[in-house]
Design a protein around this ligand. Structure first.
Ligand code: SAM
Length: 285
């Protein structure tokens, strides 16, 4: 009989966050496939788990997924873990899960830590609807394009970010999404855990002016597009002219101000132009 693939979440910093069930599964399976065997061995040692480990990371994912499936088909139970949090969430794991399902094998998730959820719930920003966008692109042009794609989403936005890019990303977000409330959750579950709150520009400034370079692991949570998330009646009550005027007052030319207003309202540029013209003609005596 074929074995089972377990997808096991592990701590994002604090070793106490491994669940009882994860300890049992990691102890009972035949093999633990780790993103980094040396890293995960410390966790396994901490819990006295002696299961054999094998590496499974983004560079050998393709070959190793096939080998793991062969083992499971032959009757072995295999667990996959990543360095931190839940495999498959901005970490390897998706490919082996997909292949296991295609092969008709049983996949069992063992839920537990992941960085985005504690960041979201500690942020104080609306958690009833959120959009997790993983890591933003490293290069500014691609990052801004990605942010533009996300601008009209009427949900709280959640990103992972590297410390050396946090200032540039917050500045790009401020420019593309407009000024919004945001949170940077740093070093969650660890000794120096910190949840910084403020508007995007204030957070960027806080990091720029700090004596030290930004450090640690970070999740960025950004308030939803308040205009796009209003109901249709109140949305149609927003004056495009006043939004455009606000952006012009910040120094944008008319064309860019219109483009940005359209993005903020979640409507096309043509629609924004049509409404702007109608509003202006109504204003004329
Ligand atoms: N699989 C992980 C999960 O389930 O959250 C994510 C892995 S991803 C490669 C690593 C990123 O997750 C970090 O760059 C950071 O953005 C975020 N992260 C991981 N641990 C964190 C922590 N303790 N505090 C804040 N962010 C964390």
């Amino acid at each position: 009989m074929a074995g089972t693939l377990y997808v096991v979440a592990t701590p994002i910093g604090n070793l106490e966050d491994l669940t009882y069930r994860a300890v049992r599964v990691l102890s009972e399976v035949d093999l633990v496939a780790c993103e980094d065997t040396r890293h995960s061995q410390k966790l396994l040692n901490h819990y006295g788990i002696r299961t054999k480990t094998v590496s499974y990371h983004e560079h050998n994912e393709r070959d190793r997924a096939g080998e793991l499936l062969t083992s499971i088909k032959s009757g072995l139970d295999v667990a996959i873990v990543s360095d931190a949090g839940t495999p498959g969430i901005s970490d390897p794991g998706f490919r082996v899960v997909r292949k296991a399902l295609e092969a008709g094998l049983r996949v069992v998730p063992i839920p537990g830590p992941t960085a985005l959820v504690p960041a979201l719930v500690a942020s104080g920003l609306s958690s009833d609807e959120f959009f997790f966008a993983g890591f933003l692109p490293a290069r500014s042009g691609a990052r801004r394009a990605r942010l533009a794609d996300l601008a009209a989403i009427p949900s709280t936005l959640v990103f992972y970010e590297a410390p050396h890019r946090i200032i540039a990303s917050l500045e790009d977000a401020r420019e593309i999404l407009g000024e919004r409330e945001a949170v940077v959750a740093r070093e969650l579950t660890k000794m120096h855990e910190e949840v910084l709150r403020g508007r995007l520009s204030e957070l960027a400034e806080k990091f720029s002016q700090a004596a030290q370079e930004p450090r640690g692991e970070m999740v960025v949570v950004i308030d939803r597009n308040v205009i796009a998330s209003s109901d249709e009646d109140s949305k149609s009550g927003y004056s495009v002219a006043s939004i455009v005027a606000g952006f012009e007052a910040e120094g944008l030319d008319g064309r860019s101000a219109l483009k940005k207003s359209a993005r903020q309202l979640g409507i096309s540029r043509d629609e924004a132009y049509r409404r702007l013209t109608a509003e202006r003609s109504r204003e004329k005596p």
